[in-house]
Design a protein around this ligand. Structure first.
Ligand code: ADP
Length: 307
């Protein structure tokens, strides 16, 4: 059985239902990836390494992880913090905006739970996945713990996968984000950026520029997502551009990249070739964006990847 460890934060998601009520669910970039990876590859052991609180909301959140089959043995409990929260608002033109309450969340303490025992578990993984949001969530004075951990995982032969997922508001400035991301690029075997993220941070709008920039980091597999246009991959010097079939009725693009990552990584770990893995991941993401919220209904998702 393949063992995957995913590091990051899940938040409580609140969305307005139109009648003055709020709908509550759970989401967060790497958590979404964990859910979709597990749904697509049920025989994988998908572990979420995060911290929640000891409150009842945290209990409900962990119960939701379990309902999705995500392994919660690495979910840590902070004694004094609670989960982060965000709310989705939609204006009259249908534009979505997000308000966050996450700056003091339990997940920010995650590096305090990097014990010898937990490092031992993480080193037994086949894959470790994290994102630029995972990096931004780690308290800045605890980043050294993370980099030591990642080095150790790499030296233990764990495959490392990273999605930069740049969110400007989580960083003090671009330089801070670039320094952290470039450390991540250097240690990663697989990097899965969305072109928008690298365009905001570095001004790259074309795959060639990204490829040139990334060539300095020794990345084995670079997979660049460009929305409805295409996905460009380069693996050990072999280039592939895969066209994407645009979805006509896009309802909500939240989690497009996250679901793509989960299915792509699962497929690759199952021995599926790059182009076929992109096609499967794109079928998954194409379905996810036809549903509101980060986590699409399970039946529809499963039909999309196992037609
Ligand atoms: P991110 O969400 O990380 O910014 P993208 O917007 O590039 O990433 O979307 C990730 C994946 O979702 C794409 O590679 C593609 O497979 C799928 N996708 C996104 N938008 C569309 C769309 N309009 N039609 C079909 N597939 C889409």
């Amino acid at each position: 059985m393949k063992n995957v460890y995913i590091l990051g934060e899940c938040m409580v998601e609140l969305s307005r239902t139109g009648d003055g009520l709020l709908k509550q669910s759970y989401a967060g970039d790497v958590y979404n990836t964990a859910v979709y990876l597990k749904r697509a590859f049920d025989d994988f052991n998908v572990n979420f390494f995060t911290a929640v609180g000891e409150d009842s909301l945290s209990d409900d959140m962990v119960a939701a992880f379990e309902t999705e089959g995500v392994n919660t043995e690495m979910v840590q409990r902070s004694k004094d913090k609670a989960p982060g929260l965000y709310m989705i608002s939609v204006d009259e033109q249908g534009e979505r905006s997000f308000s966050y309450w996450r700056s003091d969340s339990a997940a920010r303490q995650i590096m305090q739970f990097v014990s010898a025992e937990n490092v031992g578990y993480l080193c037994m993984g086949d894959l470790f996945f994290f994102s630029g949001i995972s990096l931004a969530v780690i308290a800045p004075n605890e980043r050294d713990i993370f980099w030591q951990l990642l080095r150790k995982l790499k030296d233990s032969g764990v495959r490392i996968a990273f999605d930069p997922n740049y969110r400007a508001r989580m960083w003090s400035d671009k330089t801070e984000a670039k320094i952290q991301f470039e450390r991540a690029f250097r240690l990663s075997d697989v990097v899965l950026p969305g072109i928008d993220d690298l365009s905001q941070l570095y001004g790259f709008t074309e795959f060639n520029k990204i490829q040139d920039f990334c060539s300095a980091f020794g990345i084995e597999e670079l997979v660049v997502k460009n929305g409805p246009d295409s996905v460009c991959c380069i693996r050990n010097g072999e280039f592939n551009e895969v066209a994407i079939k645009p979805v006509q009725q896009v309802v909500d693009t939240t989690s497009a990249g996250d679901s793509f990552n989960g299915v792509y990584l699962g497929a690759r770990m199952s021995g599926v070739e790059v182009v076929e893995a992109v096609n499967l991941a794109a079928a998954a993401a194409g379905e996810v964006i036809q549903h509101p919220g980060a986590i699409a209904p399970k039946d529809a998702f499963e039909q999309a990847i196992r037609p």
